[in-house]
Design a protein around this ligand. Sequence first.
Ligand code: AVJ
Ligand code: FE
Length: 442
Amino acid sequence: GADGIDPEHQRRRAVEVLTAARSRTAALTTCVDDHDLTAQHSPLMSPLVWDLAHIANQEEQWLLRTVGRRAAIRPDIDPIYDAFEHPRADRPGLPLLPPGEARGYAAEVRGRVLDVLEGARFTGTPLLEAGFAFGMIAQHEQQHDETMLITHQLRRGPAALSAPPPPPAPVDAALLPAEVLIPGGPFTMGTDTEPWALDNERPAHQVEVAPFFLDTVPVTCGAYQRFIEDGGYHDERWWEPRGWAMVREHRLEAPLFWSREGNGWIRRRFGVTEPVPADEPALHVSWYEADAYARWAGRRLPTEAEWEKAARHDPATGRSRRFPWGDAEPSPDHANLGQRHLRPAPAGGYPAGASPHGVRQLIGDVWEWTAGDFLPYPGFRAFPYREYSEVFFGGDYKVLRGGSFAVDPVACRGTFRNWDHPVRRQIFAGFRTARDAAPERT
Ligand code: AVJ
Ligand code: FE
């Protein structure tokens, strides 16, 4: 579009998204002391100070060395911050830059990147086109900010972060239908036109989706509690074999961070313990738990194509839109994104962000597990590096859609695909359920 031909606009936009990411990174790494920055809060996570210097190292590699063709600042530390060389659990043992040096390194890289931007072109190669590399690096930093927020959630001790609560449920929330019919028919999945879409979101392709019903809102803690109280965690019928093995091995009986108190449940969230709110989307469940809940409810998880059709298909025009509400960038009225709040909003929120069929909260609040494995779309091409997506294809990972309260708008679209192991519970993941609308075949 017109945006692609105005370099001043591209430059301003790049500075804006890089600066926003850096202020979030700074907030997440200055609210705790140096001991907490270098500690390992969970074997599932890196020390916060690893994420900080990894963010800067990726920026140095892509924006300074590759786009800017500038001399390397710290080529010696590339291996330390290569996510594929060292699993997260091993990272505390690496000779990491101490917090002060990591901050200094990040600031130095950023200073030179702003200089690169002064003379940057925004066309000519795929990496430069529409400022892709700058958008990619801003998304990368924001993704690690979400990762660091997960580390904060796992961290023991008093609260380091705070935020105002999200808006209460609107008055019509209680009147919403439980499910919405999404008509069958073709739909365009993925994108060729979203300038900062990552390789796994491409290319656009037609898929045929049979009619189905989708939950109007994500499954709430209250609904999930009924699964627990009905003995869901003790009934093999609801579980995939590997999920059942996980439940038994770890004696799971509720989402991560929940514990029983009296007749009810409490949970620890960012250093504060509170009763589990019945009307909030369930959070910190694995794919196996989401899948088991759905089976218990006589339903199933939506496929990835179903989820994206519900979020993007415009029944009036047949076009696929950028977001459930249309093509406009997310505003605070559309969705709970950007860590403005430290929790999902109550189910039924954000009516301005509803899809044409009335599905709510598809974007923001909680990542939503889908039925499917993380696989390439037909015609996929790795870009700009195989390790972003390609090495994860193949069936070890399940896809999550829609983004959580911890996702920045720059890293969120109707086409955006996230993935994780089906056992993972520390991520900000919930789900909604679906069922076939077509009569059963015999
Ligand atoms: C797409 C969220 C699974 O955090 O592992 C960060 C994003 N890739 N650095 C991750 C990513 C490289 C990735 N996820
Ligand atoms: Fe990374």
